[in-house]
Design a protein around this ligand. Structure first.
Ligand SMILES: C[S@@+](CC[C@H](N)C(=O)[O-])C[C@H]1O[C@@H](n2cnc3c(N)ncnc32)[C@H](O)[C@@H]1O
Length: 250
């Protein structure tokens, strides 16, 4: 069996209990060394075979999985954050399907929610935004129609932008097509790692601040008024509001 496991954003205690237990039992682990903390491998048993996929191609990763399976071993493919977001797991799953190799996915804490926790924010605030957009600036990987940041900005939703901090000036330019320049922005570099940095600003000044800190990789760009001061209280905890579990008071 192959397990695709979300390792979480960095802090090795942020892997799920299920993920950790499987990692402890694994005979072969292929981990995304460019983004997953090597310390997480401390959970592994002695004698485990470890591959760092940072220097491997897709066929090499699949071959390593196949070899483990052929030897009756339990294989873990460890991805950063949650594997379903920019994890490039689809191409691996399709290849395993073709070969009749069974697999399961164990979700993880994605870096966008880890970043929100580090800036102590809630993406969905009544009267502000009930929508989260997860996106990235197109690079060598293109985008879908309607998926450009400049187009998405028009929704003025809460936004988490992956893989784009190296182009922060262009990202800001595109965001200004929808948001105003006073919109709060937080750039969270290596959320939950010991070297984490949080840079707060607005669309007006964030590019300069990020440039000053020389951050050009491994960061989340969070954008939106959910990091501002105005919002409405929730209906759920409103004392006059009745629902299935509670009767409201006049
Ligand atoms: C290939 S994607 C993988 C995303 C991952 N699957 C997830 O759910 O977080 C890599 C990008 O995720 C973001 N990222 C991953 N870990 C991060 C962290 N600890 N702090 C901030 N951003 C992170 C960065 O934008 C980075 O360039």
């Amino acid at each position: 069996m192959v397990y695709f496991i979300g390792a979480g954003p960095g802090d090795i205690e942020l892997i799920t209990v299920k993920g950790m237990k499987l990692l402890q039992k694994a005979d072969v682990v292929i981990y995304t060394g460019s983004l997953v903390s090597g310390n997480i491998l401390d959970y592994c048993k002695e004698g485990v075979t470890i591959y760092n996929s940072a220097s491997m191609s897709l066929p090499e990763v699949i071959d390593a999985i196949q070899e483990g399976i052929d030897q009756g071993k339990m294989v873990v493919r460890l991805h950063t954050g949650d594997p379903s977001i920019y994890g490039a797991i689809r191409e691996q799953m399709d290849e395993l399907d073709k070969r009749g190799i069974d697999f399961e996915i164990i979700p993880g804490v994605s870096s966008f929610v880890a970043a929100a926790s580090r800036v102590k924010a809630e993406f969905t605030l009544p009267g502000v935004s009930q929508t989260i957009i997860i996106t990235r600036k197109e690079g060598r990987t293109g985008t879908s129609e309607g998926g450009k940041i400049s187009e998405l900005a028009k929704h003025r939703a809460s936004m988490a932008i992956f893989l784009s901090v190296q182009s922060i000036s262009q990202v800001v330019e595109e965001l200004l097509e929808g948001y105003n320049e006073n919109t709060p922005v937080a750039v969270v570099y290596k959320a939950t790692w010991p070297e984490e940095k949080i840079i707060r600003g607005t669309l007006k000044d964030i590019a300069e601040k990020v440039g000053d800190e020389k951050i050009n990789r491994h960061a989340q760009i969070l954008v939106g008024d959910f990091m501002g001061s105005q919002y409405e209280l929730s209906k759920l905890y409103d004392s006059s509001f009745s629902h299935m579990y509670r009767s409201g008071k006049e």
